[in-house]
Design a protein around this ligand. Sequence first.
Ligand SMILES: [Fe+2]
Length: 187
Amino acid sequence: MTKINSDNIVNHIEDVFKRRGAESYLGEDVTMAQHMLQAAQCAEQSGADASLIVAALLHDIGHYKNEIPESVLAKGMNNFHEEAGANFLEDYFPTSVVEPIRQHVSAKRYLCSVKSDYFERLTQASIHTLNLQGGPMSKDEVKEFEKNIYLDDCIKLRYWDEEAKDSSKSHPQFSYFRPLVESLVQY
Ligand SMILES: [Fe+2]
């Protein structure tokens, strides 16, 4: 793998979308690229700021473990996809992008605990992973999670994550979002 830096990170990400975007998304009807592009589309249509649109666009990048340098994976505790993705992106993007990504699985566990109607939004595959991910949060976990200063963004991203699974919906390509991604790279 070429050494990744701030100059080539966006190329690397675009290349991952191109080479691997067609892979299926964990038992859902959409591909990985459709899922992430639709999530970004939902964010944009909701009037989200640039950071949150980019967070939505890149939230599942951690599923591509072998596109992430070994040295980054070595930082992780367990390298579940949300952690691997966040640890990868944190060297190049601000916390406002990285934190909602890091928390997007916790946000599902959170919402299942605090919002009675949220569970109904989950697909079968998402219910299956919820159980593997620890199920709904306990009261103490909820309290802890609510301390996160990006709580609102984490929750929004989670709703778009559930929404972005519609195989019949058209969406922009990566190139449409690329300038936004580039605008957030830190040097
Ligand atoms: Fe997702």
